[in-house]
Design a protein around this ligand. Structure first.
Ligand code: MG
Length: 401
């Protein structure tokens, strides 16, 4: 065998405490259960009171190590088991320098059984990111350079999430980021306790006429409600409106896209380019928001290319995690011309960055992409010490140590 093949793959879960739950202090009726989960009344969605993700460590026969990451917010053991029980044995021995071929082979294993998304695709995303990291390290270059020749060093960032308990405090928090050089913002509609118009007006008067303000509608409305709400907020100047209707409601999405003068953004929850293709045929989507932690670099690139064909803007999502998938998202974005901005979740990035090695940063309105081979980013020894190896991979790791 001439290439440096994959020797081992181990999934880990990592739980990180948060000072304040994601999206802000728990409201009445949002008490956590014994597993630490609570349901946000505003969007009916389950969240843990802590940050948690699944990390994947891939090592080659020559000792090159790559890291990947995916969602571990809920049931992280599901992803661990899919990797350990099913996927790991199909990756060991493969050439890590062709991650897309491995992605497609693994995806194809369950195509006829309909496992094209969910936890299965999350497992594939983590593996894919780790393989790209390995591929970059073998080539001695950044993942961004593997993906394209024109690589940007910075990506415009927009401030997302204003986890404060009152409209005044949220406007103050947004303003503190404006002062630090950020000019674009997004608020979460389910947390706007005083109503959408009051939230928009408070943010607009705190941030001034020039700031861009977007709204995340959290998939909570019918098409008619969403269109009406967007129209109601539009006079305050909306940059874009995100996730207006249920993800399953493609007909509703197509109506909102048709009837709204504000650009509509969707796609963080999609897993593959197929999720995009069957929507863009019917919906005039203005912006797609790929989430690296669900898609991996392979699908992220395919979604970008599909957007480029259709003249759709790409503004990637940033979710809760350690920061490995964020590094992957920034590197991919740096090589992709349709990416015009990237979400910045300061309440996740700022506390968790101490646990990753590398020079990824976000200041004065821009991310600077990590430098160095592969992802240029890896879990710090402190993070590794907190990571819990999962299942069968854990057993082989224990034997090796
Ligand atoms: Mg969102």
């Amino acid at each position: 065998m001439e290439f440096d093949s994959v020797k081992s793959i181990v999934p880990f879960s990592l739980t990180l405490p948060r000072e304040k739950p994601y999206l802000g202090t728990l409201r009445k009726g949002e008490e956590p259960n014994a597993s630490g989960y609570f349901v946000r009344r505003g969007n009916g969605t389950v969240y843990p009171v802590f940050d948690r993700s699944v990390l994947v460590r891939i090592e080659t026969r020559s000792g090159i190590v790559g890291w990947g990451e995916t969602y571990g917010l809920v049931a992280p053991g599901a992803v661990g088991e899919i990797i350990n029980d099913l996927l790991a044995e199909f990756i060991v021995g493969r050439d890590p320098t062709d991650p897309a071929a491995i992605y497609d082979d693994l995806y194809g294993l369950l195509r006829v059984r309909g496992y094209g998304g969910g936890f299965f695709a999350d497992a594939l995303a983590a593996i894919d990111i780790a393989l790209w990291d390995v591929a970059g390290r073998i080539a001695g270059c950044s993942v961004a350079n593997l993906l394209g020749s024109a690589v940007r060093q910075t990506i415009p960032a927009y401030v997302s999430g204003l986890p404060e308990d009152s409209l005044e405090k949220r406007a103050e928090l947004a303003k503190s980021w404006l002062v630090r050089g950020f000019d674009s913002f997004k608020f979460a509609l389910p947390m706007a306790d005083d109503g959408p118009k009051a939230e928009m007006s408070a943010l607009r008067s705190a941030l001034g006429e020039k700031a861009r303000i977007a709204v995340d509608m959290h998939w909570s409305h019918t098409a008619a409600q969403a269109t009406e709400l967007i129209e109601y907020m539009a006079p305050c100047g909306l940059w874009f409106a995100e996730a207006p209707v249920w993800t399953e409601d493609i007909e509703g999405l197509s109506r909102v896209c048709r009837d709204s003068a504000v650009p509509i953004a969707v796609g963080e929850e999609w897993r593959t380019v197929y999720d995009m293709r069957h929507r863009i045929e019917r919906c005039r989507i203005a912006i797609v928001q790929p989430e690296m932690g669900h898609k991996g670099i392979t699908n992220f690139s395919r979604i970008h290319d599909c957007a480029a064909e259709r003249g759709i803007e790409v503004i990637p999502h940033a979710t809760i995690g350690l920061g490995i998938f964020l590094a992957a998202s920034l590197l991919a974005s740096a090589a992709m011309p349709r990416v015009t901005a990237h979400e910045f979740q300061h309440s996740i990035f700022e506390p968790n960055r101490r646990l990753v090695l590398g020079d990824m940063d976000c200041v004065a309105g821009s991310y600077s992409i990590p430098t160095g081979p592969g992802l240029g980013t890896e879990p710090s020894p402190e993070a590794v010490a907190q990571m819990v190896p999962m299942g069968k991979g854990a057993a082989s790791l224990a034997r090796r140590n």
